[in-house]
Design a protein around this ligand. Structure first.
Ligand SMILES: Nc1ncnc2c1ncn2[C@@H]1O[C@H](COP(=O)(O)OP(=O)(O)OP(=O)(O)O)[C@@H](O)[C@H]1O
Length: 207
């Protein structure tokens, strides 16, 4: 089980606001996170990843405390098993598809499995420039999954894609997440964009 109970004061545009999330998440579930711009959605993901410290609270993942302000526990980002996927893919232009995955893991069998699962096995020697937007984002997801993260964090991962590519990619990811039993948090501006993912929704900030 993943238990998150945190507060963080944010320096908002129109003054201070407080990010407050208290909730339990089932391993293998997809959680969709909505909310207005500036409400703290990205900050929430960064708090889980260990890139921003909460003011108060705790994060426990499968029995391990990643953060607990009372006990002064704050596991550094590199010790938290999270994968992060960004809006703009953040791929390395000079690395091939396969090298992106080799950068994350030494497990050749797992890399081969991921390439098949993400339908990039025929493109494994290509560099990102050669890939379509959907394929690039698929590679970014595979790279994040290569470390077998406890939690996959995705921040507006579909914003740069056209509607058709987005729909196709989401359908593929639904299958991949199901097969790998991934625990995923996805942030989106657009409430209906993530309808194809079965899972709970949380809204950060009022809408
Ligand atoms: N480390 C931090 N400490 C306090 N406040 C922060 C910190 N990092 C960012 N903020 C503030 O938190 C607010 C929310 O930012 P955040 O990027 O999380 O919002 P968001 O909901 O993801 O917005 P958008 O949908 O526009 O991306 C911003 O006003 C930002 O200045």
């Amino acid at each position: 089980m993943i238990s998150i109970n945190i507060t963080k004061k944010l320096r908002g545009h129109g003054g201070q606001l407080v990010l407050y999330v208290t909730k339990q998440f089932v391993p293998g579930s997809v959680t969709k996170i909505y909310g207005p711009s500036g409400a703290g959605k990205t900050t929430f993901l960064k708090i889980i990843a260990g890139l921003i410290t909460p003011d108060e609270g705790c994060i426990t993942v499968n029995g391990i405390a990643w953060a607990d302000t009372n006990k002064r526990i704050n596991l550094p980002a590199q010790k938290r098993r999270t994968g992060f996927v960004f809006q703009d893919y953040a791929l390395f232009p000079n690395m091939t598809v396969k090298q992106h995955l080799q950068y994350a893991t030494n497990d050749a069998k797992w890399i081969a499995e991921l390439l098949m699962l993400g339908k990039l096995d025929n493109l494994s020697d290509q560099k990102p420039l050669y890939l379509s937007g959907g394929q690039q984002q698929r590679l970014a997801v595979l790279r994040a999954l290569a470390i077998k993260p406890d939690i996959l964090l995705m921040d507006e991962p579909f914003s740069a894609l056209d509607n058709r590519t987005k729909t196709e990619l989401i359908a593929e990811l639904v299958e991949i997440f199901k097969q790998l039993n991934c625990t995923v948090f996805i942030v989106s501006h657009n409430r209906h964009e993530l309808d194809a993912f079965a899972g709970e929704e949380i809204c950060i900030g009022e809408e």
